[in-house]
Design a protein. Sequence first.
Length: 321
Amino acid sequence: MRTLRTLAAMLCTACLAATAVAQDAYPSKPIRIIVPFPPGGGSDLVARTVSARLTERWKQPVTVENKPGGNTIIAAEAAAKAAPDGYTLFVAIDSTLAMNQSLYSKLPYDPVKSFTPVTLAVTMPMVLAVHPSVSARTVPELLAIARAQPGKLAYAHGAMPAQVAGEVFKSATGADLLAVPYKGGAPAMTDTVGGQVPIIFDALGPAMPFIKGGKVRPLAVTSAARNPLLPDVPMLAEAGAPGVDLQTWIGFVVPAGVDKAIVTKLHQEITAILQLPQTRELISGMGMTVVANTPEQFAQTVRDDTQKFGRIIQAAGIKLD
């Protein structure tokens, strides 16, 4: 009996020692953070904020690699197939982990089995905005224009959460709008600012500079409460689209199989960076709210949102293959 207890103690000590070694030795080489959008969007901004701080803290290069396209699938597949050694991180959004399985009959990654959650970094509402040439200054006025020319008024979207917001808006109001997809929020906003597309649904953070500059006019936000950055802009729920309450989110994950000690270290470092006063100020200025929760809490959010968005997507009849 004593021998078994001794052996168990030795195994426990060995495991603790191995964990400590794994954590202490990491990182010993450059790290990459894969972002599923072009530079300039919300995910890219969050990734670059974290990468700069990690580089300072760890004295190792932490670079951002943009892999846009395929509704985040291209980047997700690359991240899922990366070596599970902690040197590849992936900035996942809600469409990557909680929507795509309802949109596609087959994916080259499994939203749950292919990744290990690190932390849900931020949440933010989306905004419905129009080019200044559009005469509408309220949602009811925009609906009147849309109903006068059904199927001809288009809205730009750079990510599936924005398209889902658009589809929910259409369902709630009966507006017949044409969805125009882009590879990211930045190119979608570029064409809206240029007047090629009159309407956009976009994440509030990256849209704010264009709103402040008068390049687009905000009509409503998709959250359940008004946003402090746009206190005079109503929620969709109070502007003619009852029941609309959608927020998009951005989180960090790693390929499945990464050593738990490394996941713990990544979680500790990234959440510490997100909770820095200067980081919070920067992120809140972009219309985002810092969450920085635990891997377990992030996993629960993915489960909950998979069910919620699955219902919305099915009801809206969205299918991408």
